[in-house]
Design a protein around this ligand. Structure first.
Ligand code: GLN
Length: 263
């Protein structure tokens, strides 16, 4: 009788201790643990870059990058939440440990960036193009930009590097560096700037929606490849991303997502 009671008390104590431990783990966001022991990572993006990164009518961050990362996450047993911020804040956020990763159509082949964060294997080949108003007959490529023109791009991007370079070389009147690509396009349509330098797939998506407003001119200016970024040395997360990305390419999910977002 005594023995049975003691056992019961001990079992109850054990259950209480376990419940306490589980609650402690569940509440510990710093470790990225959530119910069921699935780690949740925080991703940052800049959501004026459709079809890679945009927002739906309810303000949720959506796009090719999110679908691809969510598929990788499911494959590798983690979850991701997405936060929209300005493009030039993305790397500092990950460097400071305020976010676990960048999912932002970010060119991984940029030396300055590679010194600050670690990039995954690349997942999309891209390049910059010059975009002008549909009725513009004078600018047929980057060499037609002249010292009386203003040219826009987005802060912190390779497009902004290009526009700043043109300005520093005295080839254009002003480098108009704006927070969002949506604003760059509006300034172009309004006639505030003569051209925008932007990533080709994003320009193409814009033209697909507003064919009568803007057009791409000239050759593609460079070659870039997008990668996901993590804090320097975070091999644990980087290995999961690379393994999941490889699996998504092999099992057809990657191609399905390209089909969904790029046609
Ligand atoms: N591909 C460009 C870059 O890496 C722009 C990316 C973006 O605006 N999301 O700088």
């Amino acid at each position: 009788m005594m023995k049975a009671n003691l056992k019961k008390i001990m079992a109850a104590a054990l259950i209480a201790a376990m419940a306490f431990l589980m609650a402690a783990c569940g509440g510990d966001d710093q470790d990225g643990e959530e119910g069921g022991n699935v780690p949740t990572y925080t991703a940052v993006t800049e959501a004026t870059f459709p079809p890679f990164d945009t927002v739906d009518e309810d303000g949720n961050v959506i796009g090719f990058d999110m679908d691809l990362m969510n598929a990788i996450a499911e494959d590798q047993g983690f979850k991701v939440t997405y936060t929209d911020m300005e493009f030039d804040s993305l790397i500092p956020a990950v460097q400071a440990g305020n976010a676990d990763m960048i999912t932002a159509g970010m060119n991984a082949e940029d030396e300055a960036r590679r010194e600050k964060v670690d990039f995954s294997d690349t997942y999309y080949d891209s390049g910059l193009v010059v975009v002008v108003k549909e009725d513009n007959e004078t600018i047929t490529g980057i060499d037609d930009l002249t010292a009386d023109m203003k040219v826009a791009s987005q802060i912190g991007t390779t497009g902004a590097d290009s526009v700043n370079g043109l300005f520093n070389d005295g080839k254009i009147k002003e480098a108009v560096i704006l927070n969002g690509f949506d604003t760059c396009m509006l300034q172009l349509i309004n006639g505030d700037v003569s051209a925008v330098i932007i990533d080709k797939p994003v320009a193409q998506a814009y033209i697909n929606k507003q064919a009568d407003k803007v057009k791409m001119v000239g050759e593609t200016l460079n070659a870039e490849s997008y990668g996901f970024a993590v804090q320097k040395g975070n091999t644990e997360l980087l290995d999961k991303i690379n393994a999941g990305l490889k699996n998504m390419k092999e099992n057809g999910t990657y191609d399905k997502l390209v089909e969904k977002w790029f046609n």
